[in-house]
Design a protein around this ligand. Structure first.
Ligand SMILES: *Cc1c(COP(=O)(O)O)cnc(C)c1O
Length: 391
């Protein structure tokens, strides 16, 4: 039998992060004392009132199909959130609830990009963006940044990359994997260029609430009506409410794009899980009191990890302004990031994600969504490993 795999599927890169993750899990299962810096999700539990709302909906029999783009109550709660937090006015019909922010991203790319189109993606990037672009038949155009600019593209870089084929620019601030955050002025400058050139912006704002030191998150859609009309905001509940396993994300878009995504979703996944959506309503409309507590904890861990990393010979690390990742530069230690992470896991039992997974081979991603005790232990071991390499 010839199991011919479609070109679409065959064009994808297998997830590098999964190989290390699988090895780390296997080592843990064997009883080894592995420290995990790989987590792409909060280590806190979902707040109780959110779980209660979903449990009540389940108990009440809210277990059937819902409208494929989400229940009206949740689409309204999302529209209210954009008004309250961002001063943005969306009608519920411009809001689509999907099965995770990742699904929202994929829907946006499928609805707007096709063969011959180019999509500009700053690197280091969230690893799914280029693969989603390829699945849509379009071509990723990578704009390389480094720690020297705190991983931010400049307006000049963006302008130079735009061609008549450019369809979409992907902006992710705060960023996974670097934790970098663009300032108001920088976001506006990038947005201005997209408006001038007629390029759509997919703004992934899933880390909106996770910013430190009083920094502000600004949505590119807020600068003018033109910016609003060029922007599709992708968002979700996973990071700010620790709801990664619930699979609930959302987007807000100009009406024609929302309509197209509604059609795509109605023929693919249909609605996100019915009772999970009731939890989503409780998350957005209910108490936000957990957030300052989580932020204070993340900030403490970030401060400690950032300082420790910079004390390790051969490693330097810019501080993150948002999300829950640090992205230290390991280039001076002379190993490719995949080798570095494989040996770090083997020798010191520390799991981190190689930067190459995000398009940046001189770095590692360290998630501090884990306990302070784990962070201390893991960094002790990383230091020992780095010293052994530095000789
Ligand atoms: C976590 C994450 C998402 C969405 O995750 P879901 O679990 O699918 O909601 C989207 N973008 C980035 C950059 C992320 O890190």
């Amino acid at each position: 039998m010839n199991y011919r795999i479609s070109q679409r599927a065959a064009s994808l890169s297998p997830s590098l992060t999964l190989a290390i993750d699988a090895k780390a899990k296997q080592m843990k299962a064997e009883g080894q004392d592995v420290v995990g810096f790989g987590a792409g999700e909060p280590d806190f539990d979902t707040p109780q009132h959110i779980k209660d709302a979903a449990a009540a909906a389940l108990a009440a029999g809210f277990t059937k199909y819902t409208p494929s783009s989400g229940i009206p109550e949740l689409r309204q709660a999302i529209a209210d959130k954009f008004k309250r937090d961002n001063g943005l006015i969306y009608k519920p019909s411009q809001v689509i609830v999907s099965c995770g922010g990742k699904h929202s991203c994929y829907n946006v790319i499928l609805a707007t990009c096709q063969e011959g189109d180019e999509v500009i993606i700053p690197s280091p990037y969230w690893l799914s963006y280029p693969e989603m672009v390829k699945l849509a038949g379009a071509t990723p155009v990578i704009l390389t940044t480094s720690d020297k600019t705190e991983f931010r593209v400049t307006p000049e870089q963006l302008r130079a990359a735009i061609t008549p084929r450019t369809r979409l620019f992907i902006l992710n601030s705060p960023s996974n994997p670097t934790g970098s955050l663009y300032s108001r002025e920088e976001i506006q400058a990038l947005g201005d260029i997209c408006v001038e050139k007629g390029v759509l912006i997919m703004s992934d704002e899933i880390y909106e609430k996770l910013v430190y030191d009083g920094a502000e998150h600004v949505s590119v859609a807020t600068f003018s009506q033109a910016h609003y009309e060029h922007t599709i905001i992708v968002h979700g509940l996973a990071k700010a409410y620790s709801m990664t396993g619930w699979r609930l994300g959302y987007l807000a878009a100009p009406e024609p794009i929302a309509k197209a995504i509604d059609a795509i979703q109605s023929h693919s996944t249909s609605n996100p899980t019915s009772f999970a959506q009731k939890g989503g309503v409780a998350a957005l409309n209910g108490s936000q009191d957990h957030l300052p507590i989580w932020l204070a904890e993340y900030a403490k861990r970030r401060g400690y990890a950032h300082q420790r990393l910079n004390q390790i010979p051969g490693i330097s690390c810019v501080n993150a302004k948002g999300a829950f990742y640090l992205f230290p530069n390991i280039g001076k230690l002379g190993l490719k990031s995949t080798d570095f992470c494989a040996r770090l896991l083997e020798q010191e039992k520390v799991a981190a994600v190689p930067g190459i997974a995000f398009g940046a081979d001189e770095y590692l991603r360290i998630s501090y969504a884990t306990s302070m005790a784990n962070i201390e232990k893991g960094l002790d071991r990383l230091e020992k490993f780095a010293r052994s390499l530095a000789g």
